[in-house]
Design a binder for this molecule. Structure first.
Ligand SMILES: Nc1ncnc2c1ncn2[C@@H]1O[C@H](COP(=O)(O)OP(=O)(O)OP(=O)(O)O)[C@@H](O)[C@H]1O
Ligand SMILES: [Mg+2]
Length: 271
């Protein structure tokens, strides 16, 4: 019998993400801030149980595109979007969509760790409570523990659950924010430069975590670091001046990109 080793299976999984089913589809997505157009007819798919990295020079529209995926742009005055974005083939901009529910399905982790000024426990319990995910205190305790476990923070946090989340180190706070995102069982997690405020060791921990989270979640991450994109993602999308330049398997993108602008960017010629 031809048994593949675990590493080989992992490698094969990593290599063939172009075949993974589509979780979100962005079709002809354009975004305007008042008169200014920030995205130009972007067509970008997000594949299930895949880490998709968004890269490109500052101001190219990475955060703008990321925010369209859970309608965080709705909160910005004067921001307008055209085109279509679907989650499991349903239009997320349809007037019937409950945005609070959408954001529970498509969670977000920000650049700067932003725990609530409450205890570690409350930081995680807040979301499940407003979404009615726990019937009893024991249910909630389980959610808090498993979320912290998944975020690789349980051992460090289990003896200080009632202490303020803001008392944790920067890297721990970011993992707390990931635990908070995971607690409502989202399907997709959006991360906008989640490691840019972290030191190399904390960054390595969060990257390892992203790798593990892919088993249960679909992840879209904005990063300035091409090394990070290469380490954590299976698919990469390159933006330039509001245009999607190229979307490809990460391996291909960093070894033999189809577009000259991608080549120039990864060679450090601009940005
Ligand atoms: N709230 C806003 N109001 C007006 N213009 C904005 C707003 N947010 C972003 N923009 C503009 O839209 C364009 C894309 O910005 P965006 O923040 O998406 O880029 P980015 O690729 O995430 O950049 P960075 O790498 O610096 O974070 C830029 O020209 C930016 O100035
Ligand atoms: Mg940004």
């Amino acid at each position: 019998m031809n048994m593949m080793s675990e590493a080989a299976v992992e490698k094969a999984l990593d290599k063939n993400m172009s075949d993974a089913p589509l979780k979100m589809i962005g079709k002809d997505v354009s975004v305007y801030y008042g008169e200014k157009r920030a995205l130009f007819d972007v067509n970008l798919n997000v594949r299930k149980n895949t880490v998709t990295a968004l890269i490109g020079p500052s101001g190219c529209g990475k955060s703008t595109f990321l925010r369209t995926l859970n309608r965080m742009n709705d909160t910005i005055d004067g921001c307008r979007i055209t085109g279509k974005i679907t989650l499991d083939n349903a239009d997320i901009y349809d007037p019937s969509v409950d945005v609070v529910e959408l954001r529970a399905r498509v969670g977000m982790v920000f650049q700067k760790p932003n725990p609530f000024p409450k205890s570690i426990y409350e930081n995680i319990a807040y979301g499940p409570r407003i979404h009615g995910l726990a019937k009893t205190k024991a249910d909630m305790d389980r959610i808090v523990e498993s979320s912290l476990q998944r975020a690789g923070l349980w051992n460090e946090a289990k003896d200080r659950l009632q202490e303020p989340g803001t008392g944790l180190s920067g890297g721990q706070q970011q993992r707390l924010c990931i635990a908070r995102a995971v607690a409502v069982s989202p399907e997709v997690i959006l991360m906008d430069e989640p490691c840019s405020a972290l030191d190399p060791i904390a960054t390595a921990k969060v990257e390892e975590l992203i790798h593990e989270l892919r088993t249960n979640f679909t992840i879209v991450i904005v990063t300035h670091s091409m090394q990070q994109a290469a380490r954590v993602s299976q698919r990469t999308a390159m933006f330039h001046l509001g245009n999607l330049v190229e979307e490809n398997d990460t391996d291909k993108m960093f070894t033999n990109p189809d577009d000259q602008r991608t080549q120039d960017y990864i060679m450090g010629r601009f940005g």
